[in-house]
Design a protein around this ligand. Sequence first.
Ligand code: B12
Ligand code: SF4
Length: 443
Amino acid sequence: MKITFIVPAIGKKPGKKYIGTWKMEPLTIAMLKALTPPDVETELFDDRIELINYETSTDLVCITVETYTAKRSYKIAQKFRERGIPVVMGGYHVTLCPEEAAEHCDSVMIGNAETVWKTMLEDFGRGKIKPVYQGNTAEYDIQPDKSIFTGKKYLPVSLVETGRGCIHSCDFCSICRFYESHYHARSHELIIDDLKRSKHDIAFLVDDNLVADHNNAIRLFEEITPLKKKWAGQGTLSMARNEKLLKAMKKSGCEVILIGFESLNPENLRQMNKSFNLAMGERDELVKRVHDAGLGIYATFVFGYDNDDERTVEEALEFAKKHKFYTAAFNHLLPFPNTPLYKRLREDNRLIYDKWWLADGYNYGELAFNPKKISAEKLSKLCRDARKEFSSARTVMSRGFASLGRTSPLLWGLFWAMNLRLGEEVDQKMNVPIGENLDELPK
Ligand code: B12
Ligand code: SF4
C-alpha cells in the first residue's frame, strides 16, 4: 500500500515566492508517518515548497486541512478523486466543519489521529473505509518520524510538542473548540527524547500555553536545561508573576516567548472572554519583568472587536514600540468556523461572506466581517500599515539593540534575519488569493 500525504498552501500569487516564514516542517505529517506501519510506502508533497504530482502512483491521499487551506484542499482532493484515488482529510478545519469536508473526500477524521489511524488504514486495506473516524484527543504517546522530510528545504527549526489544547475559552480561538477547553500535557520523558532526536539547535515548543501549569513548566525547564537547546514557545503574561519560572525558562534556553496581548482595551478583552489577561496586574511592569529575565517577546494583537476604532491599532503599535518587542503581529480578527465569535457575527448579520474560507475573491489580509466602529477596508489597511511601520529600518534598529541585551548572540543574529524578512513579507502576504493558482510553481 502507498499513502501520499499533502500539506496544502493557503494560495499563491502568480509568479511570486511563497511566504518564507511559513516554510516550517509540518509536524502533523511526521506524526501521521510515525503512526503508519513500516510496510506501507509513504510520500509527501508540501504545496508550500514544491509542486504536487497529481499523476503519482498511489493508493490513498491524506490531506491535512486548516481553515485557510480548505478551499485549496478541496480542489486538490478533486484532482485525485477524478483519477479514482480515495482521499482522507483531517486537521483543525475538518474537526470544526466535518460535514463540509465530507462533501469533498471519502473519509474525514475528527480530532487527533493517534487512536484511530491504524483502524482507518486496516479498514482501507479491506476496502471498507468508513466515512467518519472520531479520534480521541487525549492520547499521544509516540514520537514523530521526521524521515519523511528528507531532502525538503524547511527552516532550520525543530518543532517539538510539549502539550495539546488550552484550558481557556477565548471566543475567536479554534484550539479551545478542538480540545473543548482541556489541556493535555505531554510526558517529560517523551519531550526530552524528542528534543534529543531533533537535529536543529533551535526548537519551537508546540504548546498553546506552555506555562499553563507553573510547577509542571518549572520541572520541565529544569529537565531540559542540560540539553543546551535554544527554544521559543507560547505562553501568557502570568509567567511574569513567578520569578522562579522566569529564571528556569531562561536557564533552559528560552529566548523568545509569544504572548497574546490581543487587546489593550479591557472591554474588548471581556468581549473575547480573555479577561484573565486583565487579572494578571499592571501590564508594563509584567512586560519589564519578562525582559529583565532575558527573554524576548513576540507580542500578538488582534483588532476588530466592538470597541476598536481608528486609534486602537496606533495605540497597540505605540505600546509595541515602547517595549521594543523582539517581534509583533498586528492581526485583524477573523471568524473561524464553529467559534462563538463566528456565531455571534452571523446572528448580528455582520459577516461579509457566509464562509470566507471558500468564497470567490477572498484574499489573505481582508476582513470577512464588518467591525462596529471602523470600516472593514480601513481596518485591514491599518493592520498592514502597523506591520510595515513595526518592521521599518528605524524601528527594527531600535528594537535590535534592545534585543542585544536580552537574547543570546544566536538569537540576536536571527533577530535581523527574521525582522527584515517579516518586513519584506508584509506585502507578500497581503492579498494572497485564498485557494487560487493551484499549479503555480513555488520559488
Ligand atoms: C506550528 C504552527 C504553525 C507554523 C507551521 C505550521 C505548519 N503547518 O507547518 C507556522 C508558524 C508557519 C504557522 C502559520 C500559520 N498558522 Co499555524 N499553527 C501552528 C501550531 C502552533 C502547531 C501545529 C502543529 O504542528 N501541531 C501538532 C500536530 C501533531 O497536531 P495537528 O496538526 O493538530 O494534527 C493532529 C490532528 O489535527 C490530526 N490531523 C491533522 N491533519 C490530519 C490529516 C489527516 C489525513 C488525518 C487523518 C488526521 C489529521 O491528527 C494529527 C495527530 O493527532 C497550531 C496550533 C496547534 N497547537 O496545533 C497553529 C494553527 C494550526 N495555525 C493556525 C493559523 C491560523 C496559522 C496561520 C494562518 C496564521 C496567520 N494568520 O498567519 C498561518 C498559515 C500558514 C500556512 N498554512 O501556510 C491555526 C489554524 C486554525 C484553523 N481553524 O485552521 C492554528 C490551529 C492556531 C490557532 N491559534 O488557531 N502555524
Ligand atoms: S489562551 Fe490562547 S490558546 Fe487558549 S483559548 Fe485563548 S487564544 Fe486559544
